[in-house]
Write a protein that binds this ligand. Structure first.
Ligand SMILES: NC(=O)c1ccc[n+]([C@@H]2O[C@H](COP(=O)([O-])OP(=O)(O)OC[C@H]3O[C@@H](n4cnc5c(N)ncnc54)[C@H](O)[C@@H]3O)[C@@H](O)[C@H]2O)c1
Length: 326
């Protein structure tokens, strides 16, 4: 298959749940085309290639070396992100790699080094920051329009059945990674934190389904995270996904509940339009703003490294029952 010169050909490594959102995003992106995918299990690969109307590559090497592919999306599970990101960068392809980007800080640093050496874009899949409400909040914070920032909150309460949760690490890695890069983007990094976790609704799976973190930020403000797969929040004005920044001269709110469709959304009980929407915006930023216009990702591999340090600090705090300095 050949790709027209003004079209960026995309290849997916991994064709699980999140690939469905990325395929819809590429379809909506002007000047982009999903050329093909590779998935470890062939049943899933064939099904998804038919669904997306793209090629099914026999191997990841074949995918990254296809001249029709200019950008590779790494959409496999966390443990294999480094392997496939390295493969794509070595073949000279730009990469969008899902979050959490790496298992360790060293893995993300390796990706950063290789991308820089090859002069390629390697962008973390930090989708939430590509929402209009997030960008506006950052502008208000940066411009001083909210006054002195006193607090920030990132809350997530979306029930995930045990069989879905088992495919992921616990919510500390799986969900607090989102919270960490959101906090970095909006108000900056913490200097100390303490965390707690619990496992409340799984029958067998041992990883945590709820975690909370308290932080003191560089600016002196305080921040709070909650991530839960244990239960949906059904109350009025629910904290399904809620981000708040409060300052002495104003405050902002971002909520998944601004747009709700009454139908199941992948593993969610309802469709939160912002889930697909943020990935659509992220993919557009990567393929158009970064690859064509030379702009930077809104959240970079450096932010992924700091986010990973925050996750590791939260894990240490949980293990030692201590406040951890960063
Ligand atoms: N940004 C978001 O909001 C968001 C949402 C969901 C998932 N994710 C991330 O996307 C990635 C995939 O998640 P998913 O929900 O699609 O999971 P999934 O389990 O539905 O799909 C993962 C795919 O990776 C493949 N895979 C697993 N281990 C592999 C290995 N070692 N080598 C090659 N292939 C392997 C599986 O065959 C499967 O097709 C994860 O990193 C996850 O954290 C991000």
């Amino acid at each position: 298959m050949t790709t027209p010169k003004d079209t960026t050909g995309v290849g997916f490594i991994g064709a699980g749940d999140v690939a469905v959102l990325h395929a819809a995003a590429v379809k909506k992106c002007p000047g982009a085309k999903l050329v093909g995918l590779w998935n470890r299990s062939q049943d899933r690969a064939k099904q998804r290639a038919a669904e997306f109307g793209c090629k099914n590559y026999a191997t990841p090497d074949e995918l990254v070396n296809d001249p029709a592919v200019g950008a590779v999306f790494v959409l496999t599970n966390l443990e294999s992100h480094l392997e496939y990101t390295k493969l794509a960068l070595a073949a000279g392809k730009h990469v969008l790699v899902e979050k959490p980007v790496g298992v360790t800080v060293a893995e993300i640093e390796e990706m950063k080094k290789l991308a820089a050496a090859k002069n390629l874009v390697c962008m973390p899949g930090h989708n939430y920051v590509y929402e209009g409400g997030m960008v506006r909040t950052r502008e208000l914070v940066e411009g001083g329009d909210l006054g002195k920032i006193v607090s920030a909150y990132v809350m997530y309460n979306i029930h995930h059945p045990e069989e879905v949760a088992k495919r992921y690490p616990g919510v500390v890695r799986q969900i607090l990674t989102h919270h960490s890069y959101i906090l970095l983007y909006l108000v900056g990094r913490p200097v100390e934190l303490c965390a707690m976790k619990a496992t409340l609704h799984y029958k067998e799976y041992k990883e945590e389904d709820i975690a909370m973190v308290q932080m003191r930020l560089h600016s002196g403000a305080l921040a709070h995270f909650c991530a839960s797969f244990a239960a949906d929040d059904h109350a009025a004005d629910p904290w399904t996904v809620m981000v708040k920044v409060v300052g002495t001269a104003g405050s902002t709110r971002y909520s998944y509940r601004d747009h709700v469709e009454i139908k199941p959304g992948l593993v969610h009980s309802q469709t939160y339009t912002a889930y697909q929407g943020s990935i659509t915006n992220e993919v557009r930023h990567f393929l158009i703003d970064c690859l064509r216009m030379g702009q930077k990702p809104l959240s970079t591999l450096d932010d992924a490294i700091t986010a990973q340090k925050m996750i590791e600090a939260a894990e240490k705090s949980i293990a030692d029952r201590s406040v951890v300095k960063m």
